[in-house]
Design a binder for this molecule. Structure first.
Ligand code: NAD
Ligand code: UGA
Length: 464
C-alpha cells in the first residue's frame, strides 16, 4: 500500500468528528472526509458559526476552523468518500441491544455490518478498513467475512484502532495520547497495513507511544480499559458509602491510597455515579461475551461494577427524599448540571437522568440548569426511559438558562455535574432566594461545604 493520502471516516459523532479533525490538522497532506447519514449533524459540522458544531469540546472549534475546507470535509455522500479513500475508519455507534438475543447486554452491531456491506459494495480497489468504534472481541472476523464475501474481488486489510479519548478532554487526549493502539494481522499484508496507519499517527505522536498488537488483543484491550476505569469509580463509590457510616472522609481516603504509586491518584473521585455512553455499554458487553464463553464468574465479577453504580445513583435520590422529611411531592428541586461530566454537552447515561427519574416518581418538580444542555435534550433523555408519558415529564421538569432562576424558591439544590462555574456562584444570593431550611446535595464533591454551612445551608456530599 502506498502512502496514505486519502482517508474516509464513517460516523461524524463524538469520536469520528474530533479524531478526524485532529488527523486532518496534523496531516495537511491527507484529505480527510467524514461522512454520516444524519443530514442535520453534517450540516452542523459545516456550520459557519463554529459555536454550532454538534459536539462541544474545548478546543475543537479552533481545530475544525483551521482544517475544514482545506483537507477536512463533512458530507453525506458516503459512497463517493468510500470510493476515493485508501483507508476507511468505521466510527459508528455500537449501543447496547434493545431487542432480541442479548437484549440489554450485547453490543448492537447492525450499524457496523451496514458499513462493512457498504464498503464492500462500493470498493473498486484495495482498502484498509479500520475499526475505530468499540467492538466485541472477534468482531474483525465478522467484518472480514462480510467484506470478502460481498466485495468486488478487491483486497481488504482490517485493523483495530480503538479510541481512548475522554469527552471534555478529547483534544488533549488526541493531541498527546498516552498511547495509540493498532491491532492487525501478523502476515506481511497485515503488517504493511499496520505500518500505513502507524505512519499517519507518527506525524504527531512519538513512535514509542504507538503500540501494535494482534487484532484480538486490540479489540479486547479497549473493553478492558473501560472496565478497569469504571471499576475504579465503583470501588471508590463503594467506599464512599462506608465513609458516610464511619466518619471517614472519602476524599482523604482517595488521597491516602492514591499516593501509593501502585494505585495512582487518577479516577478516584467519588460521585453520584458514572455516566457516559460507554462505561455501562462496554461492561455489559464484556459480561455478555464472558457468559457466551461460559465464564460465569468472570461475567459476575464485572457485572458488579454496574450494580454498584446503579446503587450509587439510586441512593443519592433516596437520600434526598429522606433528608427532605420523607417527601418531595410538590417541592421544587434545582439540578445544577445534566451532562454526564463537565466540559461536554453529552448527556448519554448521565446520572442526572436517573436521579431525576426517581425524584419525579416522588412527584417532585425538577428545575434544571446546565451551561451546555438544552431542554429538548433533557426531556428526550427522560422520555427515552419510558417511565411516564412525555406530557408528565414535560410537566415535572423545567429548564432554566440562568442558574439563579433555577434555584429561586427551591427547597434543595442537587449538584449532578462538576462544572467549574458552580464553585464561583454567589451562594449567599442563592441562599437568600431559597425556601428554608435550604439544602444542598453535592453529588460531585465540588462545593466548599464549610462555607455553604456558614451561610446557613444544610449541606451533604458524597462520602463524608
Ligand atoms: P455517536 O452516536 O456520537 O456517533 C455515531 C455516528 O455514526 C452517528 O452520527 C450516526 O448517524 C452515524 N452512523 C451510524 N451508522 C451509520 C452508517 N451506516 N453510515 C453513516 N453514518 C452512520 O457515537 P460516538 O460517541 O462517536 O461513538 C462511536 C463509537 O466510538 C462507539 O463504538 C463508542 O463506543 C466508541 N467510543 C466513544 C467514545 C466517546 O467518548 N463517545 C470514546 C471512545 C470510543
Ligand atoms: C471514558 C474513558 O475515560 C475513555 O478513555 C474512553 O475512551 C471513553 O470512556 C469511551 O470509550 O467512551 P468518558 O466516558 O468520556 O471516557 O469520560 P470519563 O472521564 O471516563 O468519565 C466517565 C464517567 O465517570 C463520568 O460520569 C465521570 O464523571 C465519572 N467519573 C470519572 C467519576 O465519577 N469519578 C472519577 O474519578 C472519574
Amino acid at each position: 500500500m502506498s502512502k496514505i493520502t486519502n482517508i474516509c471516516c464513517i460516523g461524524a459523532g463524538y469520536v469520528g468528528g474530533p479524531t478526524m479533525a485532529v488527523i486532518a490538522a496534523k496531516c495537511p497532506h491527507i484529505k480527510v472526509t467524514i461522512v454520516d447519514l444524519n443530514v442535520a449533524r453534517i450540516a452542523a459540522w459545516n456550520d459557519e458559526n463554529l459555536d454550532n458544531l454538534p459536539v462541544y469540546e474545548p478546543g475543537l472549534d479552533k481545530i475544525v476552523g483551521e482544517a475544514r475546507g482545506r483537507n477536512l470535509f463533512f458530507t453525506t455522500e458516503v459512497e463517493k468518500a468510500i470510493d476515493e479513500a485508501q483507508m476507511i475508519f468505521i466510527s459508528v455507534n455500537t449501543p447496547t441491544k434493545t431487542y432480541g438475543l442479548g437484549k440489554g447486554k450485547a453490543a448492537d452491531l447492525k450499524y457496523i455490518e451496514l458499513c462493512a456491506r457498504q464498503i464492500a459494495a462500493v470498493a473498486k480497489d484495495d482498502k484498509i478498513v479500520v475499526e475505530k468504534s468499540t467492538l466485541p472481541v472477534r468482531t474483525a472476523e465478522a467484518v472480514r467475512s462480510i467484506l470478502d464475501n460481498t466485495g468486488n474481488g478487491v483486497k481488504f486489510q482490517i485493523l483495530s484502532n480503538p479510541e481512548f479519548l475522554a469527552e471534555g478532554t478529547a483534544m488533549e487526549d488526541l493531541l498527546a495520547p498516552d498511547r495509540v493502539l493498532i491491532g492487525g494481522d501478523t502476515d506481511p499484508e497485515g503488517v504493511a497495513a499496520i505500518d500505513a496507519l502507524v505512519e499517519v499517527y507518527a506525524n504527531w505522536i512519538p513512535k514509542e507511544r504507538i503500540l501494535t498488537t494482534n487484532v484480538w488483543s486490540s479489540e479486547l484491550s479497549k473493553l478492558t480499559a473501560n472496565a478497569f476505569l469504571a471499576q475504579r469509580v465503583s470501588s471508590i463509590n463503594a467506599m464512599s458509602e462506608l465513609c458516610e457510616k464511619t466518619g471517614a472522609d472519602v476524599s482523604e481516603v482517595a488521597r491516602a491510597i492514591g499516593m501509593d504509586s501502585r494505585i495512582g491518584p487518577k479516577f478516584l473521585k467519588a460521585s453520584v455515579g458514572f455516566g457516559g455512553s460507554c462505561f455501562q455499554k462496554d461492561i455489559l458487553n464484556l459480561v455478555y461475551i464472558a457468559k457466551s464463553y461460559g465464564l460465569d464468574e468472570v461475567a459476575d465479577y464485572w457485572e458488579q461494577v454496574i450494580i454498584m453504580n446503579d446503587h450509587q445513583k439510586r441512593r443519592f435520590a433516596s437520600n434526598m427524599v429522606k433528608t427532605l422529611y420523607n417527601t418531595v411531592s410538590g417541592k421544587k428541586l434545582a439540578f445544577l448540571g445534566w451532562a454526564f461530566k463537565k466540559d461536554t454537552n453529552d448527556t448519554r447515561e448521565s446520572a442526572a437522568i436517573y436521579v431525576a427519574d426517581d425524584l419525579l416518581y416522588e412527584q417532585a418538580g425538577i428545575a434544571v440548569y446546565d451551561p451546555k444542555v438544552e431542554e429538548e435534550q433533557i426531556l428526550a433523555d427522560l422520555n427515552y426511559l419510558g417511565t411516564r408519558s412525555k406530557e408528565e415529564n414535560a410537566k415535572g421538569v423545567t429548564t432554566f438558562s440562568d442558574p439563579y432562576d433555577a434555584c429561586k424558591d427551591a427547597h434543595a439544590i442537587a449538584v449532578l455535574t462538576e462544572w467549574d462555574e458552580f464553585k464561583g456562584y454567589d451562594w449567599q444570593r442563592i441562599y437568600d432566594n431559597m425556601k428554608k431550611p435550604a439544602f444542598v446535595f453535592d453529588g460531585r464533591n465540588v462545593l466548599d461545604g464549610e462555607y455553604l454551612k456558614s451561610i446557613g445551608f444544610v449541606f451533604q456530599t458524597i462520602g463524608k
